[in-house]
Design a protein around this ligand. Structure first.
Ligand SMILES: Nc1ncnc2c1ncn2[C@@H]1O[C@H](COP(=O)(O)OP(=O)(O)OP(=O)(O)O)[C@@H](O)[C@H]1O
Ligand SMILES: [Mg+2]
Length: 303
């Protein structure tokens, strides 16, 4: 077992007599992209504030890279880069001037500025004023700033808010690069499930201050069940069973379903077509993260 980068044990928070967080337990491993999914008011930002040392929990412990946040505050936080509710920057300064300012504050050598710029891909606009940047660029500037001190854990609170689909896709790629090439762990909160599903290795669903489910996204997706309708299901059943090794159930005269494991619907349908079968319809019916989320929150609207 590897040592976790972040561990929350029994975290609760009471504010003005209200229990905002209830017994939160989380573990994030090295190089893992972790998603914290929950509707407005679920307690995402409060949890992040606690991890960032801005708010004290009422009970429980936070450990970052083996350091107790309570007992070794600065050592624990020296491993964390954090952006809460949007990055803070001087918009009349250029990107470079902003980074230089932070680098000086944090005692970071100049070489690191160029490294982080390369990582986030902002070299070409770095001498323009931050005020002229698009939201996506400001987001990347914020990340560059958070990366200056070489954190092991990057924490981003609703980082994709306001980004367009292209911006979100770029952001996703950047997170993957940081986690899988640079070995960082990423904690990202969101109320948008599809985003986290695409980006994260693990997702915890939080509702009214409680983590109600933690799951590996891959496992949930590999549980996906797909349903097909055919004129004659006989041959299709045979293909799914013998050719693709799937577990098939016939649910109606013309309908079969199977958990598709690591295969994609496209791959399976191509196989059917190559065998000359005509698919009347095909749909995912199984426990995607969305179904799971809706089940767990009893239909609370999330997107
Ligand atoms: N300083 C405070 N005093 C009282 N209540 C607070 C305080 N900060 C947060 N809360 C309450 O705690 C709950 C959780 O808030 P939090 O901001 O952590 O949720 P969130 O999941 O980040 O929501 P959002 O998606 O809207 O950002 C909310 O009900 C909020 O009103
Ligand atoms: Mg919030």
């Amino acid at each position: 077992m590897v040592d976790p980068v972040l561990e929350l044990k029994g975290i609760s928070k009471k504010l003005k007599g209200r229990e905002i967080l209830k017994n939160i337990n989380l573990t994030i491993n090295p190089s893992e992209i972790f998603g914290f999914l929950g509707p407005n008011g679920a307690g995402k930002t409060t949890t992040i504030r606690i991890i960032a040392g801005l708010v004290k929990p009422t009970t429980g412990s936070v450990t970052i890279c083996g350091y107790s946040l309570e007992k070794e505050f600065s050592k624990a936080l020296s491993r964390v880069g954090c952006i809460i509710e949007g990055p803070d920057m001087y918009k009349y300064f250029t990107g470079m001037e902003n980074l230089e300012q932070f680098a000086a504050m944090k005692n970071v050598e100049r070489k690191r500025i160029y490294e982080v710029l390369e990582l986030v891909g902002l070299q070409h606009r770095i001498n323009d004023k931050v005020g002229t940047y698009s939201l996506g660029m400001r987001q990347r500037m914020g990340i560059a700033q958070a990366l200056l001190s070489r954190p092991k854990l990057l924490i981003l609170d609703e980082p994709t808010n306001g980004l367009d689909p292209a911006g979100i896709a770029e952001f996703r790629q950047l997170m993957r690069k940081l986690a899988y090439e640079e070995g960082m762990s990423v904690f990202v909160s969101s109320h948008i499930l599809t985003e986290l599903q695409l980006m994260c290795d693990t997702v915890s669903i939080v509702k009214q201050g409680e983590v109600i489910k933690t799951a590996k996204v891959e496992e949930i997706q590999s549980d996906n069940v797909v349903e097909w309708q055919f004129e004659d299901v006989g041959k299709a059943k045979e293909i799914l069973k013998s050719k693709l090794g799937l577990n098939v159930t016939q649910t109606k005269k013309n309908i079969i379903r199977a958990p598709i494991g690591k295969l994609t619907i496209e791959e399976i349908n191509r196989t059917f077509m190559n065998e000359g079968l005509v698919i009347s319809y095909c749909t995912a019916v199984g426990s995607s993260l969305e179904d799971l989320f809706l089940d767990l929150t009893e239909g609370d609207k999330i997107v």
